[in-house]
Design a protein around this ligand. Sequence first.
Ligand code: ATP
Length: 370
Amino acid sequence: FEPWNEPSETPLIAFDGVTKRFGRFKAVDDLSLAIYRREFHALLGPSGCGKSTLLRIMAGFEEPSEGDVRLDGQSLLGMPPHRRPVNMMFQSYALFPHMDVAANIAFGLKQDGMAKSEREDRVAEMLKLVKLDGFASRKPQQLSGGQQQRVALARSLAKRPKVLLLDEPLGALDKKLREETQFELMDLQQEMHLTFLIVTHDQEEAMTMADRISVMRDGRIVQVATPEIIYEAPATRYVADFIGSVNILEGAVEDSRNGMTRIAAKAGATIEAESGLDMTPGETVFFAIRPEKLRLSRRAPADEQLNALRGEVWDIAYLGDMTLFNVKLASGDIVRAATLNAARGSDEPIGYDEEVWLTFPADAGIVLGR
Ligand code: ATP
């Protein structure tokens, strides 16, 4: 995979051993993370893992119980939110209903004492940026959800923050609008040379937009990497499971050397997989393989003993671009394969209850410890 090279510059944002306690509960637990200029960074994790708390600490709405938060090498501790060169955009947008669009966007600028003419220029610039020219005198309730989202974005960018913090910014939009807006946000971030730190529990959203993703669990970061590495080389079973769809087969190591591990899978197959680690024979491991990496066929492979699973088609889901097949093995395990419909060719489509083989090369999956 394309490696990610850590820049030599000082990180723009540095969380350094940050812990946040609410009573005895640790919402963030000794977390360190460096984010660089112009990076689009996503904090991804299930509800309650501490993503929003981390963002709120950056914004200054919460102080960490321990640790430091730095921007450009300077500690932000004790600095009130409005003095920090960061801005936060909320899922609810938090627009003022009684103010028109222009007044909403100008609100922070006015508080900062910016002169009226300069303010007006900035508002016009922001409206153009978010493609809302001509909407200046509308009230928020006269706008669609997507337009409200743009106003909130314009407002949070108006002060030209160094960092924009986005807490589930697209959560209130429907799927189609959300997908369009994802690309617009990416374009905007590049145009303005800004650093974005976004919180989301939507893995597709994080994969689409982010340069790097931090996958969080219980107040800690489990893995920080590019979307490709997170998907192709998840560090743990949790990450593999959280991102996309994955089959996890449990087994015991038979042999492991020279980057190759042979596993006796409980599902009744021998798996030979490339693996960065040499593992101890007898050790319990998990073999994770994505549905699209499995080859589905009626024909038995040349070697039925290795990297081959036999089963019957249990469920089929046609998704337009691809079809999902849930295949039930003799062990009772269900393994999912995904095939691209465009690549189907002229063969009779595989149907329910058919006996099929699922095969895969040694480099198609990944061996994970407990
Ligand atoms: P979500 O996506 O649901 O917002 P999250 O990952 O952003 O989840 P946080 O909002 O950061 O999670 O919350 C992390 C944990 O800290 C949760 O268990 C939450 O209940 C707890 N928590 C957050 N704020 C407070 C608070 N002010 N007082 C007590 N507990 C809190």
